[in-house]
Design a protein around this ligand. Structure first.
Ligand SMILES: Nc1ccccc1-c1cnco1
Length: 248
C-alpha cells in the first residue's frame, strides 16, 4: 500500500518511522510519503490560510496550495492510478474498525491534514471530480488539526495489511475481530508476580483450567462492556450471547 500525507507539520509523523510500521516501510510492505503543503506556496511567507468568507473566528486553509499539492501528489500514480483521498474532519463519517478494514483493501490512500477551521471546501469538491473523497472523524472532540487523526488512521489501517504484524500480534488482532470475544471490551489482564503489594492475581488464571479461564475472561469482558459501552451489547441477540457462551 502507498500512503501519501500532505501536512504543514511533516515532523508530526516521525512516529511512523518506529516499531512495526517502521519495519513495514523498511521492508517495502508500506510506502508512506510525507509532503509539506508549504512546498506549493509561492509567496515570501509561504501563506496557507486566510480569514473565512462570511466572517467568524479562526482561519481557513487556502485552496490554491491544496489544489497544486493534490495535483502533484495524485497525478503520479502508476498506470494513471487514482488514490482515495481521506480528509480528517470533526464533521466526517465515523472512523471505525470496519471502515479501517475497507481502507486496508485500497492500494493507495492520500491524507489531507487540515489545520485551523478547515480547508476551503472547494478543494474536496474539485478533487472529487478525479478520485473518491472521504471526510472521516476519529471521535467527537476538537483537535488542533488532522495530523493526530491521520496518525490514528494510518496505524489502524497499516496493522491490517498482510505481513505488517508478526504472527503473535496478528493472533491478538484476530481474537478481537472474531470469535466469542469479538466486539467486547477487554477485561483485566495480569502477569508476574502472582502477588504485588498484597494484591493477588485472580486464582482462576493460575488454575491451569483453560475452560474456566476462558469463561472468566468472557465474563469480565461482558462486565467491562456493560459498564463502559453498553451500546455494544445491543449488537448481540440473546441467541448470539448464548451461542458464544457455548464457544467459550
Ligand atoms: N478536530 C479536528 C480538527 C481538524 C481536523 C480533524 C479533526 C478531527 C478528526 N476527528 C475528530 O476531530
Amino acid at each position: 500500500m502507498r500512503i501519501d500525507i500532505i501536512t504543514i507539520f511533516p515532523e508530526y509523523f516521525s512516529p511512523l518511522e518506529l516499531s512495526l510500521i517502521g519495519k513495514a516501510r523498511a521492508s517495502g510492505l508500506l510506502d508512506i510519503r510525507l509532503h509539506d503543503l508549504r512546498s506549493w506556496t509561492h509567496d515570501r511567507h509561504n501563506t496557507v490560510d486566510d480569514t473565512p468568507y462570511g466572517g467568524g473566528p479562526g482561519m481557513v486553509m487556502k485552496p490554491e496550495p491544496w489544489g497544486e499539492a493534490l495535483d502533484a501528489v495524485t497525478g503520479g500514480g502508476e498506470e494513471g492510478a487514482t488514490p482515495r483521498l481521506i480528509v480528517p474532519a470533526p464533521s466526517g463519517l465515523p472512523f471505525t474498525q470496519q471502515r479501517a478494514d475497507r481502507l486496508a483493501a485500497e492500494p493507495w490512500l492520500v491524507f489531507a491534514c487540515g489545520r485551523y477551521e478547515g480547508i476551503d471546501s472547494r478543494v474536496a469538491e474539485d478533487a472529487a471530480g478525479r478520485m473518491p473523497v472521504e471526510h472521516l472523524s476519529i471521535g467527537d472532540y476538537v483537535l488542533a488539526g488532522g495530523e493526530s487523526a491521520t496518525l490514528v488512521m494510518v496505524e489502524t489501517v497499516s496493522r491490517l495489511l498482510p505481513g505488517v504484524l508478526g504472527n503473535a500480534e496478528s493472533a491478538v488482532q484476530d481474537s478481537f475481530a472474531t470469535g466469542a470475544m469479538a466486539h467486547l471490551l477487554e477485561g483485566p489482564v495480569y502477569t508476574k508476580p502472582p502477588v504485588w503489594r498484597d494484591r493477588e492475581v485472580p486464582p482462576v488464571l493460575l488454575s491451569g483450567n483453560h475452560g474456566a479461564v476462558d469463561r472468566w475472561r468472557r465474563d469480565q469482558a461482558l462486565r467491562a462492556t456493560a459498564r463502559n459501552r453498553p451500546e455494544l451489547l445491543d449488537r448481540f441477540t440473546d441467541d448470539d450471547l448464548d451461542r458464544r457462551d457455548q464457544e467459550v
